[in-house]
Design a protein around this ligand. Structure first.
Ligand code: HEC
Length: 162
C-alpha cells in the first residue's frame, strides 16, 4: 500500500495491538471510523467514505479484505478475526450512515464529457450508477468518490486484471 499518513499509521498500530474484536457493532466500528470519518465521510484523501454505500457491496468488500482477495495491507490487517455475521452487521451499520456531499469547486465540462465517453465505452455505468438508478444491488455509487482515490483504486484494479 502507498505510504500511510501518520494518523492512519497510528490507528493501524492500535488495531494491531488488539487481540480480539469487541462484541457490539458500535464498538467494532469505532476504530474504523477513525480512518473512514466519524459519520462515514472520510477527510483523508486515500481513504474512501463508507456512508450510504450499498450493503451488498460493503459486505463483499469486507469479506474480500478479510480473506485477502482484495489486497490492501491496512484493510487486510484490520479485518482479521471478524466472523461472517460481523461483516454483515458492520455493512448494515455503514450503509445507514449519510453519503458524502458531492465535491464542490468549478466543473470542467470537457473533462466530464471525456469521462462520460470512457465510462460508456467501458460500460462502467452498467453497474456503477447512482443509487437511484443502479441496475445491480452490488453496485457502488461512484459519483461522490474523491478523484485521487478513484484514480488510485482504478489503477489497482487495472494491475489486478492485466
Ligand atoms: C488505518 C486506516 C483504516 C482503518 C482503521 C480502516 N480502514 Fe477501511 N480502508 C482504508 C483504506 C486506505 C481503504 C482504501 C483501500 C484501497 O485503496 O483500495 C479502505 C477501504 C475500505 C472499504 C472499501 C471501500 C470501497 O469504496 O471500496 C471498506 C468497506 C472499509 N475500508 C471498511 C472498513 C472497516 C469496517 C474498518 C474497521 C473494521 C476499516 N475499514 C478500518 C483504511 C482504513
Amino acid at each position: 500500500m502507498r505510504v500511510l499518513m501518520p494518523s492512519i499509521a497510528a490507528t493501524l498500530f492500535v488495531f494491531s495491538a488488539l487481540p480480539t474484536h469487541a462484541d457490539t457493532v458500535d464498538a467494532q466500528i469505532a476504530p474504523c471510523l477513525a480512518c473512514h470519518g466519524v459519520k462515514g465521510q472520510s477527510a483523508i484523501p486515500e481513504v474512501p467514505s463508507l456512508g450510504g454505500q450499498p450493503v451488498f457491496y460493503l459486505t463483499i468488500q469486507l469479506l474480500m479484505f478479510r480473506d485477502k482477495l482484495r489486497v490492501v495491507e491496512a484493510m487486510n490487517q484490520v479485518m482479521q478475526g471478524f466472523k461472517d455475521d460481523d461483516l454483515r452487521n458492520i455493512a448494515a451499520y455503514l450503509t445507514k450512515l449519510p453519503p458524502p456531499d458531492p465535491a464542490g469547486g468549478p466543473v470542467d465540462f470537457d473533462r466530464m464529457a471525456r469521462a462520460r465517453e470512457l465510462s460508456e465505452q467501458h460500460r462502467c455505468n452498467f453497474c456503477l450508477a447512482s443509487p437511484a438508478s443502479a441496475k445491480s444491488t452490488s453496485s457502488k455509487p461512484c459519483a461522490n468518490t474523491k478523484t485521487t482515490l478513484a484514480a488510485v483504486t482504478m489503477r489497482r484494479w487495472r494491475t489486478c486484471f492485466t
